[in-house]
Design a protein around this ligand. Structure first.
Ligand code: 6PG
Length: 247
């Protein structure tokens, strides 16, 4: 069984509340300890409801003046493209909270992939170096695809082999598209990684990832050695997990 605490919520809304509350608690703890909170948002559709909660009824629960936001990955599309992850986060969360513009660290996704990755890596390094820290995010939110990918680390792609760089361009042949992604070294350096997985269509993949047999799926390779790993899932996604005695 893979490490990490698995928290199963009855439905999508309660799971969204659970994720938003976890983000707020992490922010409060980090800010009271070090007067900073570095949050990495995942892309995709799943986190929309949770981001909306953080931008609406829970907006006052995070001190955004101490919070910096980054992305686990980005599609190589213009800012206003429907597939742009930062656009989704702006429209659900960031446009509704008092976060200073220079605390929002978007990937310059309109650049050539190699240039966008290099620029983003410099931005990540600048954030941590200016605070006398190694690149160790306080909280990274991730999703998974049905193929077991996470961030833009897709099975069989070059980015999975990266052991030095923090951010790389990654050509995803199954999508015939370029992505910019955080690498395993950067993701696994985090203080806390939270996977957020909802829905029946993710149940088989979640069960494979959490069982010991499928250690080679990209999402199964996320396990921060000096950090916490948490899975926030709904009952549909958890439907194929072995029932714990207390469930
Ligand atoms: C992306 C994400 C990716 C996502 C999964 C799940 O850019 O697509 O970072 O890793 O989390 O593909 O996507 P859904 O939430 O849309 O199912």
């Amino acid at each position: 069984m893979m490490a990490g605490a698995v928290r199963v919520f009855p439905n999508r809304l309660s799971a969204a509340r659970g994720l938003a509350a976890l983000v707020a608690r992490n922010a409060e703890a980090c800010i009271s300890l070090r007067e900073r909170f570095s949050l990495v948002l995942s892309g995709g559709k799943t986190p929309r409801e949770a981001y909306k909660l953080l931008g609406d009824e829970m907006a006052s629960e995070i001190d955004w003046t101490y919070t910096h936001v980054f992305w686990s990955d980005e599609r190589c599309v213009p800012y206003e493209h429907l597939d742009n992850n930062a656009k989704m986060a702006r429209e659900t969360l960031l446009d509704y909270v008092p976060i200073p513009m220079d605390h929002i660290h978007r990937v310059q996704s309109f650049l050539e992939p190699a240039e966008a990755a290099e620029h983003y890596q410099k931005e990540v390094l600048r954030y941590f170096e200016s605070r006398g820290s190694v690149p160790r995010f306080d909280l990274i939110l991730l999703g998974i695809g049905a193929d077991g990918h996470t961030a833009s680390l897709f099975p069989g792609t070059q980015a999975l082999q990266e052991v030095d760089r923090l951010i790389v361009p990654n050509y995803v042949s199954s999508l015939d598209s370029w992505r910019i992604t955080m690498t395993l070294p950067l993701l696994n350096a985090a203080d806390h990684v939270v996977f957020y997985v909802l829905g029946e269509d993710k149940a088989e993949t979640l069960a494979r990832i959490l069982s010991s047999e499928e250690a080679d799926l990209p999402a199964a390779r996320i396990n921060p050695p000096r950090g916490k790993l948490t899975w926030i899932v709904d009952e549909e996604a958890a439907s194929l997990l072995p029932k714990t005695p207390f469930q």
